[in-house]
Design a protein around this ligand. Structure first.
Ligand SMILES: Nc1ncnc2c1ncn2[C@@H]1O[C@H](COP(=O)(O)OP(=O)(O)OP(=O)(O)O)[C@@H](O)[C@H]1O
Length: 447
């Protein structure tokens, strides 16, 4: 059973911690948080010159406690405010989040319509852009120095991606950015629900394999483009991949209906358009930075073995995440539902076979504690019987795919084995994966 709305936040200073106290919790929270970062200390922002806007502040300082979205008084007091007026100055909440009310202005250009999401970095608000007359998504970053600096790195990366994006790279487009009341605000094109939102709304029923192919192809195109610019996303996960449109159709779910015919026809949602874009370049790293074992990257379930073993990481860590994502889209469930390193490595071995000896031999000091006699200390080192059971429950990769996919299973298994190779040097690159028969075979239906 899933526990739907657990939000986990980690202090940025922590590193190499077990990322979730998992004893009485579902193995997967609704929004999977990244670890501490994971923000490389060496990163400095450059070009923080354009778009700076200091909103006009009026009114007195008011504190509104812990709730960030204030009551919607748009119909009351805002009526009295000039359309382009600024709301009164308020303190941020204790975590540095911006406090606002629906209907208020965020600078004179943007009107806040609703809150779409919240992440480690801040809140994402749907706003009406008065100048372009269209809705936009604005990430309002926490007013804390390290998040502000990381946001400027994200702005730089987004501007670089935008500069080279000739034929739609499938990366979210930045429209503008500004600094408002000590919050960096990044304005994005407005997109639809994430792949994770969609799976959740569908009760974690798998996507059809032809849709998985289409999503996988676009995702690899995006990552090939990002990697060509010598950038590594480092946080690919279903939450960070958004459908461009929110429209969907309902179709009968024949599998669910045949399982419980008495309950009548069961329906599942399919997107009207399969077009996706990748978001959240807040953790993106430059290839030339030193990614040895000084910090860890990725949200747990999508984290590559070289990151856990402290071998250093680079472009292949994105490819591993894509392998995990494709399995999840086919099965409906995250592949490695774990919150602990040794259990995670044991799960990888269960699904994919033994980790090559030469990789284990190079494990760093931190990771040595998961090994005994040169091998994984498993099941001896397991923290509980439940943990051993969770690992044993996992099928081998070919079986897992065949349980869920009705055609093209052979090609998909072969592709996944290439994306999920333990040795990062032997893992497929994004360009190689795009040439795989799973994507190129003529007779496959386009979704
Ligand atoms: N352009 C967009 N259009 C629509 N929704 C968006 C857009 N950008 C972000 N969102 C929503 O806001 C949420 C948070 O965005 P994002 O992942 O960029 O924030 P974050 O603080 O960097 O999160 P994380 O904790 O994963 O680092 C997303 O999961 C998504 O639901």
């Amino acid at each position: 059973m899933r526990q739907a709305d657990i939000k986990v936040c980690y202090p940025m200073e922590m590193d190499y911690v077990t990322d979730f106290p998992y004893s009485h919790m579902d193995r997967r929270p609704r929004k999977r948080a990244k670890l501490a970062r994971e923000i490389p200390q060496t990163q400095t922002h450059s070009k923080a010159y354009s778009g700076i806007y200091y909103g006009q502040e009026v009114g007195s300082v008011t504190s509104f406690g812990t709730s960030r979205v204030l009551p919607d008084y748009a119909g009351l007091s805002l009526k009295g405010l000039a359309e382009k007026g600024s709301p009164p100055w308020r303190d941020d909440d204790k975590d540095g989040h911006y406090m606002f009310a629906l209907g208020e202005n965020l600078t004179s250009r943007y009107k806040i319509l609703r809150k779409i999401g919240e992440g480690t970095f801040g809140q994402v608000l749907e706003c009406w852009d008065r100048e372009m007359r269209e809705p936009v998504a604005i990430k309002v970053v926490r007013s804390i120095k390290k998040y502000r600096e990381a946001a400027m790195v994200e702005v730089d990366v987004l501007q670089l991606l935008g500069k080279y994006d000739r034929n739609s790279s499938r990366c979210v487009q930045i429209r503008n950015w500004f600094d408002y009341r000590n919050h960096i605000c990044i304005v994005f094109e407005m997109l639809g629900p994430s792949l994770y939102d969609f799976l959740r709304k569908n009760n974690y029923r798998p996507f059809p394999v032809d849709l998985v192919r289409e999503l996988g192809r676009q995702l690899l195109e995006c990552v090939a483009f990002v990697h060509d610019l010598r950038l590594i996303h480092t946080d690919l996960k279903p939450e960070n991949i958004l459908f461009v449109s929110s429209e969907y159709i309902k179709v009968p779910d024949l599998k669910a209906t045949s399982r419980s015919p008495k309950e009548g026809t069961s329906y599942k949602r399919l997107p009207k358009s399969s077009t996706i874009k990748v978001i959240d370049f807040g953790s993106t790293a430059h290839e030339q930075q030193n990614h040895k074992n000084n910090y860890i990257v990725s949200t747990r379930h999508y984290r590559a073995p070289e990151v856990i073993l402290g071998l250093g990481w680079s472009f292949p860590c994105d490819i591993w995440s894509i392998g995990c994502i494709l399995v999840e889209l086919c099965s409906g469930e995250a592949l490695f539902q774990t919150h602990e390193n040794l259990e995670h490595l044991a799960m990888m071995e269960r699904v994919l076979g033994p980790i090559p000896q030469h990789l284990l031999n190079r494990a760093d000091r931190q990771a040595q504690k998961y090994l005994r006699g040169g091998r994984l200390d498993w099941p001896e080192g397991a923290v509980s019987r439940e943990s051993i059971k969770a690992v044993l429950k996992l099928p081998r990769l070919p079986n897992l795919v065949m349980q869920h996919v009705d055609h093209s299973a052979g090609d998909l298994i072969d592709l996944l084995q290439g994306l999920l190779r333990f040795d990062p040097y032997r893992r497929l690159t994004a360009q190689e994966a795009l040439r795989h028969p799973f994507f190129t075979r003529e007779h496959y239906k386009r979704f």
